[in-house]
Design a protein around this ligand. Structure first.
Ligand code: ZN
Length: 248
């Protein structure tokens, strides 16, 4: 488990070191990962905390470099890097989550982003679809980053640690891609929510909710009904924290 995470952090570090303009990003990433294991015998939690902190420190350095070089965000720098090798990055970004990131996809949609996932899709199909749509791949599988469009940055990709909770992964992606908080999308399918008249959907509203809420919306794709009840207040508070504390 720790070996897999260390290999993933090596990919994450290599990306940010490269974007920060460092020479030999692969070598430096390998050394940084090795240093996180010092002193020998450090517990797995301590090693993971150091790797996360180190990768975020290099991410912030890469942001500073992108801003100084071309008044770009890190996301724009990823797009520029993709264009340099024949790729492209759609704006706003379409985020393709691998099958291990279902929870993250739901949070990204709650935050208003076009996040897609398919738990049955093979990694190779997900990569092909993300390439066609000029999206960004989010994955916990470092092995797929070593090949083809992912290796050279034609398809921008972020490796995310599988040991983080989905809300923590959300914080990390917000910080990596400078995501804004937008109007929520359907958490089930990612479709756009549109206001719907209460009387049109009255049969779907629980009676206790109907007594005190007048505003409802429905997903334009799957039809799921949404309202801002107490469950949404909890989701909203979690998003407040994720966007307010994106120090990860
Ligand atoms: Zn939907």
């Amino acid at each position: 488990m720790l070996d897999r995470l260390a290999a993933g952090y090596r990919c994450r570090l290599r990306l940010f070191l490269d974007l920060a303009g460092e020479t030999d990003p692969a070598g430096k990433a390998t050394r940084a990962v090795a240093e996180a294991f010092d002193p020998p015998g450090s517990g797995a939690d301590a090693v993971c905390r150091r790797l996360l902190a180190c990768s975020c420190a290099w991410r912030e350095r890469a942001k500073t470099v992108a801003l100084a070089a071309g008044r770009m965000t890190l996301r724009e720098a990823l797009g520029r890097r993709a264009e340099d090798v024949g790729g492209a990055l759609e704006e706003p970004p379409v985020l393709f989550c691998d099958s291990s990131l279902v929870g993250l996809a739901r949070w990204l949609r709650a935050a208003g982003h076009d996040a897609r996932h398919c738990i049955t899709a093979r990694a190779i199909d997900l990569v092909a679809e993300a390439s066609r749509k000029h999206g960004i791949l989010l994955t916990t599988d470092h092995r797929c980053l070593e090949f083809g469009a992912l290796r050279d940055g034609r398809l921008p990709a972020l490796w995310l640690p599988s040991n983080l909770r989905s809300v923590e992964q959300l914080q990390l992606v917000i910080g990596d891609l400078d995501l804004s908080r937008l109007a929520p999308r359907c958490m089930a399918c990612g479709g756009i929510q549109a206001a719907v008249a209460k009387q049109r959907v009255s049969e779907q509203i629980p009676p206790r909710t109907a007594r005190w809420l007048e505003e409802y919306s429905a997903c334009q794709d799957c039809g799921r009904l949404y309202w801002r009840g107490t469950h949404w207040e909890r989701i909203g508070r979690t998003l407040d924290r994720a966007f307010g504390e994106c120090v990860l």
